[in-house]
Write a protein that binds this ligand. Structure first.
Ligand SMILES: *[C@@H]1O[C@H](CO)[C@@H](O)[C@H](O)[C@H]1NC(C)=O
Ligand SMILES: *[C@@H]1O[C@H](CO)[C@@H](O)[C@H](O)[C@H]1NC(C)=O
Length: 217
């Protein structure tokens, strides 16, 4: 690891300018660490995978153990990806097609500290913001504005990129909206599950794999 950096020289320089320093110490600067996610927030994300664009409404709600990705394909379908901390996820549409698929994962939603242990890479400009950059488990590169500490961008190893357009700390989606439709609970309709290509699911799966890592610590 290239870090931590030692800034003894500048400290000594400053001390030499001050009035007779009685003690002198080396200060070892640790690399910056990612800001934990707020326990509740709403974010609008523009996703780009090789030029295929999506708009995601992300509602992260840790105290209530739930996470929602409402995914709008450009001029295409609207898909609801609802994840519970008990590992159950529902993927559904709310249109006339009434499609739903559920999945049982071995892990719950991302923890607020899921970026713990990420490797600091340095600073980069992205989307016009100067960011601190970390890499987590070779799955994701995460860019955080150095001034506001808000996430600006993240990039999955698949090439799928998220651009954070809004970040409303404390915003909570009303309870009624978290109710999966009845046809999600109708076993006889399982054949009618939407064709979910992995692109829709890949974000959740990758993030869940990352969260396993941080939960095991
Ligand atoms: C999406 O990503 C591609 C590279 O994969 C890039 O050429 C294109 O400009 C991006 N589009 C937008 C709207 O950001
Ligand atoms: C997990 O929680 C959701 C929401 O309360 C519920 O619909 C689902 O059945 C639960 N899954 C399990 C495996 O208990």
């Amino acid at each position: 690891m290239a870090y931590p950096t030692i800034s003894c020289i500048s400290i000594f320089f400053l001390l030499s300018l001050s009035i007779t320093p009685s003690t002198s110490t080396c200060i070892s600067e640790s690399p910056p660490i990612p800001t934990p996610w707020p326990h509740q927030f709403h974010s609008i994300l523009v996703m780009n995978k090789s030029g295929i664009l999506q708009l995601i409404d992300l509602w992260y709600d840790w105290p209530n153990g739930r996470n929602f990705n409402i995914i709008q394909d450009q001029l295409g379908k609207l898909l609801y990806d609802l994840e519970w901390n008990n590992g159950t996820s529902f993927f559904y549409t709310l249109d006339a097609s009434k499609k739903c698929r559920s999945a049982q994962l071995s892990v719950g939603i991302l923890r607020p500290n899921w970026l713990d242990g990420a490797t600091y890479i340095g600073q980069q400009h992205v989307d016009g913001f100067l960011c601190n950059v970390w890499e987590k488990a070779e799955f994701i590169t995460y860019y955080e504005d150095i001034v506001t500490k808000r996430p600006v961008h993240w990039l999955f190893y698949t090439g799928r990129a998220a651009h954070v357009m809004t970040f409303e700390v404390g915003a909570v989606l009303e309870d009624a909206k978290w109710q999966a439709p009845v046809y999600c609970f109708d076993k006889s309709l399982e054949v009618n599950s939407p064709k979910l290509d992995n692109a829709h699911n890949v974000q959740g799966n990758i993030l869940n794999r990352i969260s396993v890592g941080s939960m095991d610590m």
